[in-house]
Each structure stands twice: as C-alpha cells, then as structure tokens.
Ligand binder design. Sequence first.
Ligand code: NI
Ligand code: MN
Length: 225
Amino acid sequence: MKVTWLGHAAVKIEGAGKTIYIDPFITGNSMAAIKVEDIDKADYVFVTHGHGDHIGDAVNISKSTGAVVLANGELSEWFIAQGVKNVQTMYFGGGSEFDFGHVKMVYALHGSTISGSEGAVNGGVAAGFVFSIDGVKIYHAGDTGLTKEMELLSDEKIDIAILPVGGHYTMDVKEAIRAIEFIKPKKVIPVHYDTFPPIKADPKQLVELAGEKAEIVILKPGESI
Ligand code: NI
Ligand code: MN
C-alpha cells in the first residue's frame, strides 16, 4: 500500500492491485509532480467537490484509462455531460464496498460550485472520503474548514489523515491541530498549501504544534509513504 502526494490536494493510492487518484489537479498545478500524459493506469478517480483545483484532470484521466469517476450526484451529472462513460454516484453515510476495499463519503465544510464555459453549475455538497484498503484507513479531507463533525472520524481509527493546511479556503495550520485532536489519526500528511499565494503555509509549524498528538509526514510532491 502506497500513498503518493502529487501536489496540492492530488493524491494517488496504490493498494489491493488498484490505482486510485483523488482530486487529480495536475494540468495547471504549479506543484504537480507528474504530467497527466504520464498516467497510463488508473482504476478509480474520486472527486471531493466541484472546484477546478479538485476536478482537475479527472475527465481526461477517465477517458484515457477507463477509470471510474466517483463523486456526489450533482458532480456525477456534470461528469456524464462531459462525456465520461464510467461514473458512479456516492452520498454521505454507510459507504460502499469496492474491489479494492471500502469507501465512505464524509462531511466537508466547503462549497462545490463548478465554474466553466456554461457558467456556475451546482456541484452539490463538498465531501471528504475515508478509504479502507489492505487494512489501512486513509482519510482525504478534500477542502474543509475546521468542523466539530470531525470528532465522528475518531470512531474510524484513521491511520493516515490527508489534511488541507493552507488557510484562506480551508483550515490553516493551527486549525489542523484542532482537527487532529478531533480525528486522532496516527499520521498526518499536510496538503493544499503553497500552490497559490493566498495559501502559503509552513508545514514544519505543524510538526512543532502537533507534538505527540500525531506523526506529521511532510512529503514533497511526488513522494510516497
Ligand atoms: Ni475548493
Ligand atoms: Mn481547493
């Protein structure tokens, strides 16, 4: 089981023989570790919400690899309208079994409007995902502010929490510490910082503030755990 940060909120998970992308914003991402043309294998693409820095290259990746795109109902409709053939809808609660493990959609405190040539399109409710693959639980928070709903995630016994720390659109470093207190994950990978000027952040500050609460794993784009 391998988790690779591709820059911004884009993450690749390889486990149970499958390759899963989450929020694959690669084209136009100054932090991107790869080029979208280099993606030759993808089984699933999960999209947390409708903002361009999260939908990213999901349409092209699905078209070139046949990957299934998973998102909420409103985003699913939009993906179908873009010509994506393999789309599956998920909503909050319970989760679903896949051929690689289990995935549950969870709350995120954020928006989800899709902006494009057709103007602003309703992208439903923003979300995060909890993946259980090869006995490892991974929480990708998507974009979210700090919310008490995160306390519920402590029931999940999260091994790796992928948390936005850049502020402005999401939690900042200090709020991420409160999130860690709520979620109680073993490890935390900070993401969604430094890509654009308003989300400059120093993840080393997270290490200082976290103390014994969780192990903070600072990756460079392209690095894995
Ligand atoms: Ni967003
Ligand atoms: Mn974002």
